[in-house]
Design a protein around this ligand. Structure first.
Ligand code: BMP
Length: 237
């Protein structure tokens, strides 16, 4: 199944458009915490995005055990990969072997022997390539977001399956939705970065990514349930 099929299958079944971002690390959080959290939140979430801080802190092998223990969520490795194609392919190998379903990479490095090679390699391995085209922090507007249109257009020649576009600047979601057709839009910036839950989906995103608002909460599962109440599958027609 490609990313679109997985999102439609899991999202409609769980009536959810929520992806949890975990940037948790030792010693405040433990691997047991991660495993317990995923088990308890699994019925409400479409995907779990694991960030580099967690992979560095717990180790890829340990993260891989959790990934392989719960298969009813889309596992996204947020490597923010930004390198030459050769190195990109090495990282794709590691992430694919660990059991992830998708990998996030940057588009700004350019496609020729860069992210283009990495996208094709990941796609051939069955690891869904997701491209960051614009970013959610204010500094995203300094450089990256200005060329986001070029990145999106160029990427359409490649088997990109999803785009990360900011919930804090929903105009990019509206601009590019039609251009990218059925490819999946994942949108971070909800909660800790100020965007309202539901705002990105109502602008055309498929999924909203929420991190600190959940894992920093006293009761993360209650927060997940609350977000699930807003981020329903039918929120977008
Ligand atoms: P939080 O909800 O705690 O702000 O986390 C947002 C998550 O989305 C983080 O894992 C971050 O790396 C990621 N992200 C982002 O915040 N903005 C972007 O433009 C792209 C991202 O991947």
């Amino acid at each position: 199944m490609n990313l679109r099929q997985r999102v439609n299958d899991i999202g409609s079944r769980k009536d959810s458009r929520l992806v949890v971002a975990l940037d948790v690390r030792r010693p405040r959080w433990s691997l047991e915490w991660v495993s317990d959290f995923v088990e308890k939140s699994s019925k409400y979430v479409v995907g779990v995005k694991i960030g580099i801080p967690s992979i560095l802190s717990f180790g890829l092998e340990n993260i891989s055990k959790v990934v392989n223990g719960f298969r009813d969520v889309i596992w996204i490795a947020d490597m923010k990969l930004a390198d030459i194609g050769y190195v990109g392919r090495l990282i794709v190998d590691e992430i694919s072997n660990a059991g992830f379903d998708a990998i996030i990479m940057h588009g700004f490095v350019g496609f020729e022997k860069g992210v283009g090679d990495t996208i094709i390699y990941a796609s051939d391995k069955g690891l869904s390539p997701i491209l960051v085209a614009a970013m959610s922090h204010p500094g995203g507007e300094e450089y990256l977001n200005r060329v986001s249109g070029d990145i999106v257009i160029r990427s359409l020649d490649y088997p990109v399956e999803g785009f990360v576009l900011p919930a804090t600047f929903t105009r990019y979601i509206r601009f590019y939705r039609e251009m990218i057709g059925d490819r999946v839009i994942l949108s971070p910036g909800v909660g800790a970065q100020g965007a309202e839950p539901g705002s990105a989906v109502l602008s055309g995103a498929d999924l909203e990514i929420v991190g600190r608002w959940i894992y920093m909460d006293e009761s993360p599962i209650s927060r997940v349930r609350e977000l699930h109440g807003v981020l329903r599958w039918h929120l977008r027609g």
